[in-house]
Design a protein around this ligand. Structure first.
Ligand code: K7E
Ligand code: CUA
Ligand code: CA
Length: 657
């Protein structure tokens, strides 16, 4: 025990002794940001009874989870040395622009998959291959070096993940990245036209028309910010002409298939298990550009897209294009879609400024969170389909429950046993509630106790997700919660705190908090799924690389004027060339093939003073292009520990004047 350095708990105690109530302080700080914009209730509950004050009447029996001393007995929580995790987690990295791979339930970080932003470990943004994926300017430099990933989702087959792909959004530059889940690498990035603030993303789960196609073929992308169309300097001061769109991208080709012009700002996105519907939760259906204008209407919408009808409209030529984009855009605005028989879209009214829409694993419901309203809204998908079929007179009747669950509800996960788990940002809690009981309560049965449990989390949770929650095989074992503020939960490291990804055992009636995992900022959404759904490969197939050098003797240097091509190999502990010579002004493209076939035998290749470093995994080929502008000797060396003679693994690059 240290007598000199304060620990985090010392600090917490010191603060508590100053009379500062941490939980209440956090709540009032968070509330300050939304004061005066119509928040439905005021949270002034005492810290000792966190569940009581904000609980709706129906939650009378819910007890304060802080009092719980239950201990999780589920297997896998603390894997012993050498034991593997049971689940993979794919985490968005936020504005680090990457995707993180975590093992669960241990919470161990296994890998970061660079997508939109350069990565120094693997040389993403340095190699020619990664630059081609990321996109370059005419001079060969990267078009963008910033990104903001929020939502990561994987491809489906038969309602569960098939281990082929995952997709993630870049909110800053409206790009979608695809990752191959066999090699855990980003292989394609597409920039979406006509939109800004691409936020929600979700693959379809089966084809809307062809029942034989029971896997993902499209990925839907919600555009959040309103922009002029085309956004080329016109209509700058006519916000009434600004619009957002929902975009459909082909899962295989990654080409943009079509877009839908809509009212409001798309936030999150969900897709139905039957493939027929996608939905975005819309805020700012008022179309305001100023803060107060965006919150003036009492209701916003959960906006449903009839995918088959939209694609028929595109086929029938009922679309426009904007600016330089050739992408067909159909009209999904509210005023053009009032006749259910022909409507492409349906605007289901939900309390204002919703955040988050999630599909229940039984395929029946979409749940929208209120954010500014303390409610969860349950929408029955069959009723939305009935409206499109002319069998329901008012689409608002698709809402089968709109129940109070707590302050600042954002995102919802499921246990596959009929329960929903929603993050309460302002209450710093997760609320567990039963969907069928909520529907009964909404139908008038005031004895229906829909709130099952509440648990304090630390602090201000954004996304949460449960193991397998976004598949029809939700297994109700673990719940992870991405807490946006970690405050006192970890050793202080200066002003920038890590996020706190907490893990909760949800196998029983009561939730049990089992772990805090610090993560580098700034993850948002994530998915957790069984490890057996993936079949990762640890060695590449050399034939997949057209520029591979297949043995150590067949490489070499070829010159065409100032353009020089080097083909070389690595095999522990040496490179196939120990020396190469260039002339000042040469433009060199160097292809490096790693001939090692042994799993885990990765080499690096760094060239001092030339801004080059990258790795090659077993049987992989990568290339870099650089200019020899400074005569001298440069020791190229292996940066990735590979062998007892790793330090000796180098080549002498000579640049003659
Ligand atoms: Cu709630 Cu971008 Cu999914 Cu963040 S969003 S938390
Ligand atoms: Cu090769 Cu280190
Ligand atoms: Ca934070």
């Amino acid at each position: 025990m240290s007598q000199t350095k304060p620990t985090a708990s010392d600090l917490a105690q010191a603060e508590a002794s100053k009379g500062l109530d941490r939980r209440r302080f956090l709540n009032s700080a968070a509330l300050a940001g939304v004061a005066g914009v119509g928040l439905a209730a005021c949270n002034d509950k005492p810290a000792s009874a966190p569940a009581a004050a904000s609980a709706p009447p129906a939650a009378g029996s819910a007890t304060a989870a802080a009092a719980s001393t239950a201990v999780s007995t589920q297997a896998g929580l603390h894997p012993k040395p050498g034991e593997l995790d049971v689940y993979y987690g794919l985490w968005s990295g936020g504005h680090t622009g990457d995707v993180r791979v975590l093992g669960f339930p241990s919470g161990r970080e296994l890998l970061r998959i660079p997508c939109f932003v350069p990565d120094a470990l693997v040389g993403w943004g340095i190699t020619n291959e990664s630059k081609a994926v990321m996109g370059t300017k005419p001079d060969g430099s990267l078009r963008y070096t910033v990104g903001d990933t929020h939502h990561v989702h994987a491809s489906y087959k038969d309602g569960d993940y098939d281990g082929r792909y995952a997709w993630v959004n870049d909110k800053i530059n409206s790009r979608i990245a695809r990752m191959r889940l066999d090699y855990f690498v980003c292989d394609k990035i597409t920039e979406l036209p006509n939109v800004q603030g691409f936020h929600g993303i979700f693959p379809d789960k089966r084809d809307p028309v062809d029942p034989a196609i029971n896997h993902t073929t499209r990925v839907f992308c919600g555009g959040e910010f309103h922009v002029p169309l085309p956004n080329n300097g016109q209509d700058l001061d006519k916000p009434e002409n600004y619009r957002a769109m929902m975009t459909c991208v082909d899962a295989e080709s990654m080409e943009v298939r079509w877009q839908v012009l809509i009212d409001g700002n798309c936030d999150l996105l969900a897709t139905s298990y039957d493939g027929k519907l996608a939905a975005t939760n819309q805020y700012n259906t008022e179309g305001g550009v100023k803060f107060a204008d965006m919150m003036s209407a009492e209701k916003d919408a959960c906006l449903f897209y009839n995918i088959a009808r939209i694609e028929q409209a595109v086929k029938d030529g009922k679309f426009k294009t904007y600016g330089d984009s050739k992408v067909p855009v159909v009209d999904g605005t509210k005023k053009s879609n009032t006749d259910p028989k022909t409507a492409l879209t349906a605007y289901v009214p939900v309390p204002k400024n919703p955040h988050g829409v999630n599909a229940s694993p039984d395929g029946k419901y979409f749940i929208c969170s209120g954010k500014l309203s303390p409610t969860g809204t349950v929408i029955e998908l069959q009723k939305v389909l009935d409206w499109f079929d002319g069998k329901l007179d008012d689409v608002a009747k698709a809402v089968v429950a709109d129940v109070e669950i707590g302050l600042g509800p954002l995102h919802t996960a499921f246990d596959g046993r009929g329960n929903a788990f929603t993050t309460l940002f302002l209450d710093s809690q997760v609320v567990k509630w039963n969907i069928e009981a909520a529907i009964k309560f909404a139908a008038g049965d005031k004895n229906a106790k829909y709130v099952v449990d509440r648990l304090d989390v630390h602090y201000q949770p954004g996304h949460l997700n449960a193991s397998q929650s976004e598949t029809k095989n939700a297994d109700g074992k673990w719940l992870a919660v991405g807490c946006k503020f970690s405050k006192d939960r970890f050793l202080p490291v200066g002003p920038l705190h890590p996020e706190n990804e907490q893990i909760i055992d949800i196998s029983g009636e009561k939730m049990i908090l089992t772990g805090d995992h610090s993560v580098r900022g700034e993850p948002h959404d994530f998915i957790i799924f069984k490890r057996e759904l993936l079949r990762p490969k640890q060695v590449y197939n050399i034939d997949d690389f057209p520029n591979a050098t297949k043995d150590a003797t067949s490489g070499g240097i070829t010159r065409n004027g100032k353009q020089v091509t080097v083909k070389m190999t690595s095999q522990a502990p040496s490179f196939s060339m120990t020396e190469f010579r260039f002339k000042k002004g040469d433009i060199v493209t160097l292809h490096l093939t790693n001939l090692d076939k042994v799993e885990d035998l990765t080499h690096g290749f760094a060239i001092p003073k030339h801004n080059v470093n990258f790795i090659v995994n077993p049987q992989e080929t990568k290339s870099v292009t650089f200019v020899c502008d400074k005569p001298g000797v440069y020791w190229c060396y292996c940066t990735h520990f590979c062998h007892a003679l790793h330090l000796e693994m180098r080549s002498r690059m000579i640049v003659e004047a």
